[in-house]
Structures are given as structure tokens and as C-alpha cells.
Design a protein around this ligand. Structure first.
Ligand code: ADP
Ligand code: MG
Length: 568
């Protein structure tokens, strides 16, 4: 493959490029954040691979990121001495989008630029954001450990295709050269670039360096000096003291670790000492990822050991039902050569997972119990995006079941809306005198639940019923029989004992009515034969003539339908 070749982009890349250039223009400075973020990831990867292969460093041990510009050539160059890429990696990383859910994402685009612009921000555009300001991008890269002759040059104008060729490259790592579009000249200034770096990339733990400038009295212009200066703080953000970190820095760090474009909803940052020593910086995103329901999806936690990056998506550090949490955990106890297999068995990891779970639940409780409207709105957003996942925790995490139960929100007959806003505590606070149970109905969707004939008697008596309409609800309910001593009862099951909600005269009337219909019931039983287990006179209906109910110990109608649909 020595000669230059031209290859086409994957269709989704073409679409992304077109859309992005137009829709993200007002936010164009983010290109630098994205390219520096990639350079930092590449350095993390090198450091990790080098744990077992120090030779990868060659004679260049000092990892750093360099930003330079050439005013005459109208270029900006972002260089790193990280892991680099070989030819195959260049083709797959810079010619396709590997993210899961890409196809689904693109099928959602409407062609309406404003609507799509909002979507694209959620998708994350990474490397391709360079094309917002560049009419052409050249990437020169060489994988750590490869010969100088095995460098690769990738070049594209961001339209349909790119070229790729083998080159000689002196050092390991990657140079990304942006050939600026006309009109972007204001970026060709040290002051401008430094201010963008400080704003968006200060949290990067490697030094980001730029060449120093000096005013030359004789030439009457600024000239570049030989030495460089570090523009950012260049220390791991999570290792700094909370008081030294601004809200903005926390948010930018989130975007770096999560590859998300939006701000997080909230975060928690702690240093834990004692049995196990670690630092955690954990975020709740403001929106669900495209692959939230993908079975192969791993978690969103980056594991570091004493500041050295070990792995992305360390799923052992968080229970599955909190797989949407993003962030960093830095352990002082784990060995540097820890593998996924070791993580699975490690006692230290179990301690970290338990501690982090408690922190995350605490963070959610804080949002949920906030007295301020902004806090309440945040929790509503959280619930809309991740509530169904959190429900998995009721079955998965016996230790924290009660805490999770308090975080659950439902639709109910108390509101005329499908919005899930009612907690068990709200429900209990509104219970009728004499009511000692929490009543619910399960259904395929809100309308079916709301119009269920089983609700008629409850409406008449003014008793609130929780409407459970998420797919996960039936499964969750099988782990869940009571909340704070109050039994959870399906209104669609068995003989429906309304207990003290029925008064004495009602009970007497019911007994008399039952006696009066004895003959009819017997003849219906005969007519239905095997088709019905039991025929009863009911008082739970006020308008409908009849309804089907499940036995107390049987699967509910809704769960039966679900199992049937799943082929069981
Ligand atoms: P993301 O960072 O979310 O994976 P990007 O579009 O930013 O997506 O980058 C795509 C991929 O290209 C990266 O995952 C990485 O494999 C590769 N890449 C980009 N920049 C570099 C770099 N400077 N060094 C090595 N690999 C890089
Ligand atoms: Mg990236």
C-alpha cells in the first residue's frame, strides 16, 4: 500500500459532516477541545500499553500535546506523542463512525436543520468537528512501536472521500493539521488559542504546550522563540481539591470523559480513605445514550490507578442498573497491570463498587429531595431519561432496594397526565382513612391503564391507584411486595379485599346481592367450563358489566401477554 489511494467515507460520515459544519458553526471553538481530547486519549492509551512494554516509549518518555499555528500558511496543528494509528486504524477510525446506535441516530434526522442541530449536539462529533473551521484536514500519524517509514498520511476536504498514503514520520504519535477556511484568520493568534484551551481543555492532565512569543524591537513584530510554555494546569482534575475546581471545569471534564456535548445534570466528587483508597468523580448525564438498551454496552467509568489510565468502560465498578453514570475512579490500591478478569474477582473492586453505588444514590436523592424548582426539574429530567433503568435496581440490588424504592416515580390516577411524578411517599400521604395498602394496575400503556375497568370502584371511592406501564414494571414488582410496611396490591388480582375502605352496610349489601345471584353464577360456570377457573359476583365495577381478573397467586394478564409476545 505504498502508493496514494482515495477512499470513500461511510454514508453516515458524509451526512454528519454536512450537517455538522452548518449546525455547529455558532459553537465552532469546540473543534480544539475535541482534537485535544483525542490527543489526551491517545496518550492515555500509550501509557497503558507501555505498562507491559516500556520499549513503546523509545527515547521519548515525556507525553505532551502541542498546539501550533502558521499565520502565513493559515494552518493550526495539534500534535501528540501518544499511541498513534496504523493504516487500518486510520481507515476505521477516521473513515467510519463506530459508535453503536449510529444507524438509528441517522434515521432520526429530519432534514430540518434546526431540529437536527439539536440532535447532533447529543451525538458527539469528535474528530470531524475540525471541518467546522477547516476546508481541509491532514493527519500524519505513526503507531507507537512502528518504524519511521510506516507513517500514514490521511487527507480530506470533508466531502465525499479522503486520501491515504504511506509516509516517513520522525516521531511517534499524531499531527492533525487544519487548513483554515477563509474568514477563520482570527484563530491564528497565540492569545486566541490559549484562551480557547484554558476555557475548554484546562482539565487535561497532560501539559498542553505552545511556543513562546516575543516582541522583536528591530523587526517590530512578535517572533516565535525556541522554548515552549504550558498553557493548562496539567494536573488530573479529579486529584485537585474541590475548592480549586470551577463548575465550568467540572462540566468540560465531563464532556471529555463522556464524549457528550451537553452539560451533565449533576456530579459527585470525593476522596475515599480507609479500607480502600480511591477518588471518584461521577456524573449523571442529562440525556440517555443511544445504546442504553444495548446488551453489549459497557459502563461509562474510566479506571485509573494512581493517575495512570487503565481502561475505559470498567463495568465492574458500577452495578448494571447504574450503567448510565459517567466519570473517573482512581484507585490507590489496585495493581497497574490489572485486567478485566482480575477486576471481576477483586475485593478492592467490590468495595469501590459498593461505595460508588451509595454515592450515586446519595446524589440522586439530593436531586429528588431538592426544595428548589431547578433541582426538581433536574430530577424529572433524570427520571424521564433513566428511570426505567433505575427500576432494574429493585431486583438487582437487595441491599439498596429501599433507597431505590424511594427514588421511583409513577403516573397515578391522582393526576390527569402520563408524566411519572408520584413517589410512594406522595401516595401514602394521600391515602384514605382506613386504607392500608398501595394499589396499582399494570398495563401496556398509559391509556390502557387509565381506562382499566378495574379502576371503577377506586374512582368511586376516591382511592388513588398507581399506573405501572413500563415494560420493566412487572419484573420489578416480582421483587417488590411492600413499601414501608404497606402491601403493594394489584387491583386486577383475586378477590380484592378493600378492608376498612368498605363500610358495614356495604358489606351486608354485598353478601345479600351475592346470594341473590348464586344461580346465575352457577349456570355461567357450567357454560364456561374449562375456560374460567372461577366466576364471581363483583363489586369492583361501577360501569362495566364484567371483567377478567387473575388469581392471587397467578401471573397477571399483562405479564402473560408479555411472556406470550416473547415466545414463552
Ligand atoms: P471518539 O473520541 O469519541 O472515539 P473521535 O471522532 O473524536 O471519536 O475519534 C475517533 C477515533 O479516532 C478515536 O476513537 C481514536 O481511535 C482515533 N483518533 C482520533 N484522534 C487520534 C489521535 N490523536 N491519536 C490516535 N488516535 C486518534
Ligand atoms: Mg474524541
Amino acid at each position: 500500500h505504498a502508493e496514494k489511494e482515495t477512499l470513500g467515507f461511510q454514508a453516515e460520515v458524509k451526512q454528519l459532516l454536512q450537517l455538522m459544519i452548518h449546525s455547529l458553526y455558532s459553537n465552532k471553538e469546540i473543534f480544539l477541545r475535541e482534537l485535544i481530547s483525542n490527543a489526551s486519549d491517545a496518550s492515555d492509551k500509550l501509557r497503558f500499553e507501555a505498562i507491559n512494554n516500556d520499549a513503546l516509549y523509545g527515547n521519548d518518555h515525556e507525553l505532551k500535546i502541542k498546539v501550533a499555528f502558521d499565520a502565513a500558511a493559515k494552518t493550526i496543528t495539534i500534535s501528540d506523542n501518544g499511541i498513534g494509528m496504523n493504516r487500518d486504524e486510520v481507515i476505521s477510525h477516521l473513515g467510519t463512525i463506530a459508535k453503536s446506535g449510529t444507524k438509528e441516530f441517522f434515521s432520526k434526522l429530519s432534514g430540518d436543520q434546526q431540529q437536527d442541530a439539536a440532535l447532533i449536539g447529543q451525538f458527539g462529533v469528535g474528530f470531524y468537528s475540525g471541518f467546522i473551521v477547516a476546508s481541509k484536514i491532514t493527519v500524519e500519524t505513526r503507531r507507537a512501536g512502528a518504524d519511521a517509514a510506516e507513517g500514514v498520511r490521511w487527507e480530506s476536504a470533508g466531502e465525499g472521500d479522503y486520501s491515504i498514503e504511506q509516509i516517513e514520520k520522525a516521531g511517534r504519535g499524531t499531527d492533525v493539521i487544519l487548513h483554515l477556511r477563509d474568514g477563520e484568520e482570527e484563530l491564528l493568534s497565540a492569545w486566541k488559542l490559549k484562551s480557547i484551551i484554558r476555557k475548554y481543555s484546562d482539565h487535561i492532565s497532560l501539559p498542553i504546550v505552545m511556543q513562546k512569543e516575543e516582541w522583536d524591537e528591530e523587526k517590530k513584530e512578535t517572533v516565535l522563540k525556541d522554548d515552549v510554555e504550558t498553557v493548562n494546569q496539567a494536573s488530573a482534575l479529579w486529584a485537585r481539591s474541590k475548592n480549586d475546581i470551577t463548575e465550568e471545569q467540572y462540566n468540560e471534564f465531563y464532556k471529555h470523559v463522556s464524549h457528550d456535548f451537553q452539560e451533565p445534570l449533576t456530579y459527585t466528587h470525593n476522596r475515599v480513605e480507609g479500607r480502600s483508597e480511591y477518588t471518584q468523580l461521577l456524573y449523571v448525564p442529562a440525556h440517555a445514550p443511544f445504546d442504553l438498551w444495548d446488551r453489549n454496552k459497557r459502563g461509562g467509568i474510566k479506571l485509573y490507578v494512581k493517575r495512570v489510565f487503565i481502561m475505559d468502560d470498567a463495568e465492574q465498578l458500577m452495578p448494571t442498573y447504574l450503567r448510565f453514570i459517567k466519570g473517573v475512579i482512581d484507585s490507590s490500591d489496585l495493581p497497574l497491570n490489572v485486567s478485566r478478569e482480575i477486576l471481576q474477582e477483586s475485593r478492592d473492586v467490590r468495595v469501590i463498587r459498593e461505595g460508588s453505588t451509595k454515592r450515586v444514590l446519595g446524589m440522586l436523592e439530593e436531586m429528588a429531595n431538592s426544595d428548589e424548582q431547578a433541582g426538581k426539574d433536574k430530577y424529572a429530567t433524570f427520571w424521564k431519561e433513566f428511570g426505567q433503568v433505575l427500576k432494574e435496581g429493585v431486583g438487582e440490588d437487595a441491599t439498596n432496594k429501599d433507597r431505590i424504592a424511594k427514588l421511583l416515580r409513577f403516573a397515578s390516577t391522582a393526576n390527569d397526565s402520563d408524566a411519572q411524578t408520584v413517589s410512594f411517599a406522595d401516595y401514602i400521604g394521600r391515602m384514605k382513612e382506613g386504607q392500608d395498602k398501595i394499589y396499582y394496575v399494570t398495563a401496556d400503556n398509559y391509556n390502557a391503564g387509565k381506562n382499566s375497568p378495574h379502576l371503577e370502584i377506586f374512582r368511586k371511592k376516591g382511592v388513588e391507584v398507581i399506573l405501572m406501564t413500563d415494560r420493566v414494571d412487572e419484573w420489578m414488582l416480582s421483587f417488590f411486595t411492600e413499601f414501608e410496611g404497606k402491601e403493594l396490591v394489584s387491583v386486577a388480582k383475586g378477590g380484592l379485599d378493600l378492608g376498612a375502605l368498605e363500610d358495614e352496610t356495604e358489606k351486608k349489601e354485598h353478601a345479600e346481592t351475592e346470594a341473590g345471584y348464586k344461580e346465575l353464577v352457577e349456570s355461567m360456570k357450567g357454560a364456561l367450563g374449562e375456560k374460567a377457573k372461577e366466576v364471581r359476583v363483583t363489586f369492583r365495577l361501577t360501569d362495566s358489566p364484567a371483567c377478567l381478573v387473575a388469581d392471587d397467586n397467578e401471573l397477571s394478564g399483562n405479564l402473560l401477554r408479555m411472556l406470550k409476545a416473547a415466545g414463552q
